[in-house]
Design a binder for this molecule. Structure first.
Ligand SMILES: NC(=O)c1ccc[n+]([C@@H]2O[C@H](COP(=O)([O-])OP(=O)(O)OC[C@H]3O[C@@H](n4cnc5c(N)ncnc54)[C@H](O)[C@@H]3O)[C@@H](O)[C@H]2O)c1
Length: 437
């Protein structure tokens, strides 16, 4: 089949590669020409897709990255994996809308369109279907198939990949569900059909809201436990031995990426708009998690104070700018807020992160042996931060070191040996100079 994947980011690229590997003719369409140029050269900016996996597909011509909208023509299946950000707290579906308008131009009877971008329940039927119908003159569920299948990609997870993670699938009609299910059944080990696109849309938001709320719970607990003089990490370890009814979540400096800071707000926005009610769990989790960077700075201020130092004039080394270990993804990263607060208070802030590219807000991870991307136009939240490597000299020269993202490739022995004081937000370290969040 000719398959078009609109959006070649963290979600779209792995999907395109997988579809090409199972034998489809895949067009990877993206409006970002810089990304497309890199892909065409066989350079991947998604760490889970090494260049060695990409290149044979390019050479054999089964995967074709393009920024030319005309190349979308003739598709049997099109999947939309474009961003769904919030603008001033309101869902911004403009990327889905523009993809829909483009696909509608080339939509043919019998073809299938699937939305994968995370969004509020109702989007596929209420927004996507009308745009596709108006642009094509065809009817969803009758002339073409339409469905929703939420992405569960977990960047950097070595165990759970696209192939072995069950995939929820749905359609706006029984035939639509069968078409969507049939497509994904070739790509993944197990599909999970649900009865309508709304249930599929809600499934994704339930999963993300569940994580968001549980992380907020342990974050709030960590703050109280510290003030009560109780080791929350030990309590979490002990609770985690319960074989039923408990799931382990751990405190941290805040949440980042797309799934947690943004997606639950899609749900609360929908609830508010449709029912006039607030989704209190989401509001509370947003409140707790978004204030964690402030708490990190408070703890650091106290630690410096104990050493007769002020933040103003201190040298602080941040380790890990990505929102998550072992990835170069700095979208919505709490490290940006920590850095901003410290700079504002007069600290000399330096940072080490071998994964996050300097000067790039939506960063392409540096992959060994490949050149780094040019800075893009989104602006750099770490512009006031000097980027360094975590050498023994840098560690020793810092008044305080803050471990924010515990990438596996940091030399932790050097961190504990040379640092004067470490605030460990991930409980990765131990030693006399280490204090855990
Ligand atoms: N990254 C994750 O871990 C993850 C997990 C689950 C769900 N999601 C969801 O998947 C969606 C995509 O996320 P992502 O992480 O892949 O984002 P991303 O920013 O990595 O990639 C999106 C890509 O879409 C491109 N794009 C924008 N407008 C376009 C258009 N009109 N046509 C074609 N391409 C266009 C962008 O240039 C970008 O390359 C979001 O809704 C997100 O919430 C992401």
């Amino acid at each position: 089949m000719r398959v078009v994947i609109a959006g070649q980011g963290y979600v779209g690229l792995p999907l395109a590669v997988r579809a090409a590997e199972v034998g489809h003719q895949v067009v990877g369409y993206d409006v970002d020409e810089r990304r497309i140029k890199r892909l065409a050269l066989g350079e991947s900016y998604v760490e889970d897709i090494p260049a060695e996996r990409l290149r044979p597909l390019l050479e054999s011509g089964v995967y074709q990255p393009t920024a030319d909208p005309a190349e979308v023509a003739g598709f049997d299946v099109a999947v939309i994996t474009v961003p769904t950000p919030l603008r001033d707290g309101v869902p911004d579906l403009s990327y889905i809308e523009s993809s829909a308008r483009l696909l509608a131009r080339y939509l043919r009877p019998g073809a299938t369109v699937v939305l994968e971008s995370t969004t509020y329940p109702g989007t596929t039927e209420e927004l996507l279907a009308p745009l596709l119908e108006q642009g094509s003159g065809l009817t969803a569920g009758q002339d073409f198939h339409l469905g929703y299948s939420p992405e569960r990609i977990d960047p950097g997870n070595p165990t759970w990949k696209l192939e072995n993670t069950p995939k929820v699938v749905s359609g706006t009609s029984p035939a639509g569900l069968a078409a969507v299910d049939g497509f994904y059944a070739q790509l993944v080990e197990r599909t999970v059909p649900v009865s309508s696109t709304k249930e599929a849309e809600l499934t994704k938001l339930l999963e993300n809201t569940f994580r968001h709320v549980n992380i907020a719970l342990v974050n709030e607990l960590a703050m109280f436990a510290h003030d009560l003089g109780i080791d929350v990490w030990e309590a979490i370890d002990a609770a985690s031995t319960k074989p039923f009814g408990y799931l382990r979540f751990t405190p941290g400096p805040g949440v980042g990426g797309h799934c947690l800071p943004i997606d639950p707000s899609y749900l609360s926005w929908r609830v508010e708009r449709a029912l006039g009610q607030s989704f209190r769990f989401v509001e509370l989790a947003n409140d707790v998690n978004s204030h964690m960077p402030d708490y990190v700075v408070r703890r650091l201020t106290e630690a410096l104070n104990d050493r007769q130092r002020s933040v103003n004039g201190s040298r602080v080394l941040l380790l890990g700018l990505a929102y998550k270990k072992n990835t170069g993804d700095a979208r919505e990263t709490p490290a940006a807020r920590v850095a901003e607060l410290l700079v504002r208070m007069g600290a000399e802030v330096r940072a080490a992160d071998p994964h996050v590219v300097v000067g790039v807000h939506v960063p392409d991870p540096v992959i060994p042996g490949q050149r780094a991307a040019e800075p893009d136009s989104h602006g750099d939240p770490f512009a006031a931060v000097r980027r360094v490597e975590a050498t023994p000299q840098e560690l020793a020269a810092a008044d305080a070191v803050v471990l924010l993202a515990d990438h596996d490739d940091f030399d932790y022995e050097a961190v504990t040996t040379h640092s004067r004081y470490v605030l460990d937000c991930r409980r990765r370290l131990s030693g006399a100079a280490v204090e855990v969040l």
